[in-house]
Design a protein around this ligand. Sequence first.
Ligand code: UN1
Length: 512
Amino acid sequence: EKYGISDALKVLGISAENNGTSTGDNWIDTGESFLSSFSPADGQLIAKVQLTNKEAYEKVIKEAQGSFESWRVTPAPQRGEIVRQVGNALREVKSELGKLVSYEMGKSYQEGLGEVQEMIDICDFAVGLSRQLYGLTMHSERPGHRMYEQWHPIGVVGIISAFNFPVAVWSWNSMIAMVCGNVCVWKPSEKTPLSAVACQKIIAKVLKENNLPEGISSLIVGDYKVGEYLSHDSRIPLVSATGSTRMGKLVGQAVGGRLGRSLLELGGNNAIIITENADLEIAIRGALFGAVGTAGQRCTTTRRLIIHESVYEEVKSRLVSAYGKLVIGNPLDEKNHVGPLIDTEAVDMYLDAIKKVTEEGGKELVSGGVLTGEGYESGCYVKPCIIEAENNYLMVQHETFAPILYLMKYASLEDAIAMQNGVPQGLSSSIMTLNMREAELFLSAAGSDCGIANVNIGTSGAEIGGAFGGEKETGGGRESGSDSWKAYMRRQTNTINYSNSLPLAQGIKFDI
Ligand code: UN1
């Protein structure tokens, strides 16, 4: 109660038991059992959410298909106006929603607020975009002909999101999909269903106030089986999924099997290269937030530091001393730097990774471990740790969603870049250097192979204005800014003949 959780829940309309299936204002009682959402901060039950079943899912899809008929022909700037109102509604409850995200997911309150800010920002971005869904015009090779392309809405978009960004990733997808003229069905992580129910209530109110039909934004709740409804459903032309590479392969194969489109944001194994020309103050701070922020549970978390041998010892000792100052505890208490992992299963995976990597030869510079005692009753608090390791270790090649940072040494920048690229994932990467040649090589075609490559900032904390996503096992999708909106639309090429004859392309003669 110290942190005002029940007040926040009240403002957000969360009760002890909530429906989890909604087409907007209509919340469907599925008669199914309830999913309990526990806080990793204190282990307490926050509230329950009712699961979606196949029958309720069918109702949701029917409503979605129905509303698409009118939404797709609503002028895009008018769709943008709705998204503008969603952004304002989010501004009104920023602290409450930030608090719920923090309490349900375990990220710090500051990061919870940051996540809601990211939602507000994407709304603003989408509003502007609603007047900029540009296509090109082309010059026809035939006289009296005009060619151009249009971008049309694609239909019902399925969104599968992960626990670590329980609200922002939904908004990246849905706000842009909506201005593009699509309707959305959201399956949030079963680990953070309350944050999703809260968002659904916020958007449903805006849609209702504007007398819009049910089905423009829907919510379904459940585990991977409910996700499979979406991935196997040929009425869903696009499924955007964020989560593990394992999950993404299943979704990608199912959607690909029916030749649908998938937009995948999967695992990262992000590295920072610290060269001998780095500003070490910036390098240490960037690495620290990148590695321990969100308790190492961002897909952009810094997992590897590739350090030039000449500065290796200094970076190592400064990092070890910085780790010594980290305060671990309740994420709602603003004096704490690091909160809990999402659940005890994640704790087990963290412990297992440390065990395996030390068996492989990794050397613990800052030891890991689970915290016990007062304030740590949930069993989800772990110590961020630093391990000296080799890039080819099995565990180093693998994304463990926890604050484990691997340190390794390099002699030439070419080697460092090869190490940085020498993992199956390709999401985010950084170089810390004040040397222009090093920075430009890193950003060149022979440099980082990731979707995100930064200079003198860490690997996490991307702004919404850029396209977000990565290569290789990260899945290849791009969300959020730049021209990522194109993934949510279908392109149509139009050729119009305003002449009095019918010339064929390529000069083909066909006379009768
Ligand atoms: C994720 O972890 O799934 O760049 C998304 C970042 C955030 C988004 C991370 N803006 O770290």
